[in-house]
Design a binder for this molecule. Structure first.
Ligand code: FBP
Length: 552
C-alpha cells in the first residue's frame, strides 16, 4: 500500500491511555443496575445479563498472570473514524496480558461470524492500520444478529477457533444485538463472553456513562471544515444559498455540533420540529423568512444545515412512516409484485385516511423514496431522501409567491450538498485516536475480568487522557422497549438532542444573531500535530454537556 507522508507520520502516533490502564489493572464493581425503562420486561428477557454492576478499572500493585486466550472482533454498521484504533487497543491489551493471546477479525460485519469468514489479526496487520480511518482492516456490514440459528452457526466457528470472547463494535442496534447474543450464550452456559463498543458518527449512542460514541468527533470536524469553506465561498461570491444535509440517521447531533462550530444562518433541529409539532410548511416558512430577512439587507446568500433524519421528525410524516413501516413489513411480498407505476396509488389505497392524504400530498420522488427497501433494522433509509432539494424547492416556491405579494425583494439561487460519506472514514482526530484505543484496551480488560453483556466505557474525556475513567456498563442498563418491524422489542434507548440540554440551549441563544450575520466561523482542517489547543479539542457538544453535568 502506498502511503502519504501524513499516513507515515501518523502511524507512529502512540494513542494515550487512561492512567488506570497503564499498569496492572483491577476491576471494581459498583451497585446492581436496572434498565432506563420497562424494567420488568427487560429483566424477563435478559435474566442472565440484567442487573449486573457498573465496572470501573483502577490501577493495582498486584501482578496477575493471565492465560492465553483467543478473541474475535466484529465491526458492525456504518463506518466511523477510529475503528482501527479500537482493534489495535484491543490487540495491545490482550497481548499485554499474555503475548500468546490471539485476535481474529470476522469479515464484513456480523455476517462474517455466521458465514465463518474470518482472518487472524497479527501484529504486522495491526501495525498497518494504527491511527488510520475506515473499517477496511476487516470490513463492516449491517447483518442483524438476532436469530438462534445465527447464534448457533457462530458458535461453530467460535469453538473451532477456541474463542473465549467476541467484541462487537457498533451503534445502538448492533450493541442491542450484542446483548441478545451475550444473553443467549450465557443462558446456554456456552462460556462465550460478548462485549460491545460504542460506535457511530451520529453521536446518538450516549448516556450518563457513555459520554459519546466514537467517530462523532472526527466526522463533525470534517463536515465543519467544509461547511466553513462553503461559508467563505458564500461571503466571497455572495450569490448562493447552500442547503447542506448532514448525516445522522435519526438524531440531529451532527447538525447541531456543526452549527456550534461554524455559525450558519439556519440550522434545523429535528427534535425541535417534533416538539413544536411543526409541519413541513412551517419548516419551509422558517427558512424562507431567514432568506427574505437577509435579502432585505442585501445579502442574497447564506447556509442552511439540515439533519438527515428531519423527515421522520415532522409529526405528520412520522405517523405516515410508522404506518408505512408496519404495512410494508406485513405486506412485503404483495408490494413487491405491484408495478412501479402503480405503487403510489396502491399505497394511497391501503393507508388510513389521514396518512393517505399526507402521502398523496408529497412530491413524487419523496413518496417513492419512503417506500424503498428498509435497512436490516426495519428503518427507512433516510440518507436516500433528498431533503435538501425538497426544502430548497419548496422555499423557492414560497419566495416566488412572496415576491408577487411584495414581501420578498431579493434573489434566490440554491446549491445542494450532502455531507456524510466524506467524514465517515477520515483519519481519526487525536481525540478519536485516543478514545478508540482506550475503548479497545478497556474491552480487553473486561474480557480478562470475565464480563459479558457489557459495553466498554471511557469517561471524563474532556480532561487530559490520564484522568479518563475506564470501565464497563451493563448493556441492559441502557435498554427500553420500542416498536420495531411492527413488534415491541428490547433496544438501547437512542439519545436524541435534548432541547433543555446545554448544546441546544447554546445554539438557541445565538441563532437569531447568526441568521443575520456574515461573520461566519471557518474551523479549517483537523490538525494532528501541533499545540494542544489546536489538536486536542473535543467537540463543543461534549464540552457543553460536561459543563452542564458539572453544574448540576
Ligand atoms: P451507524 O448508526 O451504523 O453508525 O451508521 C450511521 C450512518 O452513517 C448514518 O449517519 C447514515 O444514515 C447511515 O449510516 C448510512 O448508512 P449506509 O451507508 O449503510 O446506507
Amino acid at each position: 500500500m502506498t502511503k502519504s507522508a501524513l499516513q507515515i507520520a501518523r502511524a507512529s502516533y502512540q494513542p494515550k491511555l487512561p492512567k488506570a490502564l497503564r499498569g496492572n489493572v483491577k476491576a471494581v464493581e459498583g451497585e446492581p443496575t436496572q434498565s432506563v425503562a420497562d424494567q420488568d420486561a427487560i429483566k424477563a428477557l435478559f435474566p442472565n445479563t440484567y442487573g449486573t454492576p457498573v465496572i470501573t478499572f483502577e490501577g493495582s500493585d498486584e501482578t496477575v498472570s493471565y492465560p492465553a486466550i483467543n478473541v474475535g472482533v466484529i465491526l458492525s454498521g456504518g463506518q466511523a473514524p477510529g475503528g482501527h484504533n479500537v482493534i489495535s487497543g484491543l490487540f495491545d491489551g490482550l497481548k499485554k496480558m499474555n503475548k500468546d493471546s490471539r485476535l481474529f477479525g470476522f469479515i464484513l460485519g456480523p455476517g462474517g461470524l455466521v458465514d465463518h469468514n474470518y482472518k487472524e489479526l497479527t501484529a504486522d496487520i495491526i501495525d498497518e492500520y494504527r491511527n488510520t480511518g475506515g473499517f477496511d482492516i476487516i470490513g463492516s456490514g449491517r447483518t442483524k444478529l438476532e436469530k438462534v440459528d445465527q447464534f448457533e452457526k457462530g458458535l461453530e466457528i467460535i469453538r473451532q477457533l477456541d474463542i473465549k470472547a467476541i467484541v462487537i463494535i457498533g451503534g445502538d442496534d448492533s450493541n442491542t444485538n450484542a446483548c441478545v447474543l451475550a444473553e443467549y450464550y450465557a443462558a446456554k452456559q456456552y462460556g462465550v463472553q460478548v462485549i460491545g463498543c460504542p460506535k457511530t458518527i451520529d453521536g446518538d449512542l450516549k448516556n450518563e456513562q457513555i459520554e459519546t460514541s466514537f467517530g462523532f468527533d472526527t466526522a463533525t470536524k470534517v463536515y465543519s471544515e467544509v461547511i466553513g469553506n462553503i461559508q467563505r465561498d458564500c461571503n466571497s461570491s455572495r450569490k448562493y444559498w447552500h442547503f447542506i444535509k448532514l448525516m445522522g440517521r435519526s438524531a440531529s447531533h451532527i447538525a447541531l455540533e456543526c452549527a456550534l462550530q461554524t455559525q450558519p444562518n439556519v440550522c434545523i433541529i429535528s427534535e425541535e420540529v417534533e416538539a413544536k409539532n411543526q409541519s413541513l410548511d412551517d419548516v419551509v416558512t422558517y427558512i424562507a423568512q431567514a432568506v427574505a430577512d437577509r435579502a432585505a439587507e442585501g445579502n442574497n446568500f447564506g447556509t442552511v444545515l439540515i439533519p438527515e433524519g428531519l423527515i421522520e421528525f415532522i409529526p405528520a410524516m412520522k405517523r405516515l412512516i410508522a404506518e408505512l413501516n408496519d404495512f410494508l413489513a406485513a405486506n412485503a411480498e404483495e408490494f413487491s409484485h405491484i408495478k412501479k407505476s402503480h405503487q403510489r396509488e396502491y399505497i394511497i389505497s391501503k393507508l388510513s385516511p389521514e396518512n393517505s392524504a399526507v402521502y398523496a400530498s408529497l412530491p413524487e420522488g419523496v413518496a417513492r423514496q419512503l417506500t424503498l427497501d428498509r435497512d436490516p433494522h426495519g428503518n427507512v433509509q433516510v440518507s436516500l431522501i433528498e431533503t435538501e432539494k425538497l426544502l430548497s424547492d419548496m422555499v423557492a416556491v414560497k419566495l416566488a409567491k412572496w415576491k408577487e405579494e411584495g414581501k420578498f425583494v431579493g434573489k434566490f439561487a440554491a446549491q445542494h450538498h450532502f455531507f456524510g460519506y466524506e467524514g465517515r472514514c477520515a483519519a481519526p482526530s487525536n481525540y478519536d485516536a485516543d478514545y478508540c484505543y482506550s475503548l479497545g484496551y478497556t474491552a480487553s480488560a473486561l474480557i480478562a475480568a470475565g464480563k459479558t453483556g457489557y459495553m466498554s466505557s471511557v469517561r471524563n474525556t474532556t480532561a487530559p487522557a490520564e484522568e479518563w475513567i475506564a470501565g464497563g456498563i451493563p448493556i441492559t442498563m441502557m435498554m427500553n422497549m420500542e416498536r420495531r418491524h411492527g413488534e415491541m422489542k428490547p433496544v438501547i434507548q437512542k439519545a436524541l438532542v435534548k432541547l433543555d440540554g446545554a448544546p441546544f440551549l447554546e445554539y438557541a441563544a445565538h441563532r437569531a444573531e447568526w441568521a443575520k450575520c456574515t461573520d461566519y466561523v471557518y474551523p479549517g482542517p483537523i490538525q494532528y500535530f501541533g499545540p494542544t489547543e489546536v489538536c486536542d479539542q473535543p467537540t463543543k457538544t461534549l464540552v457543553l454537556e460536561q459543563k452542564g453535568r458539572n453544574q448540576k
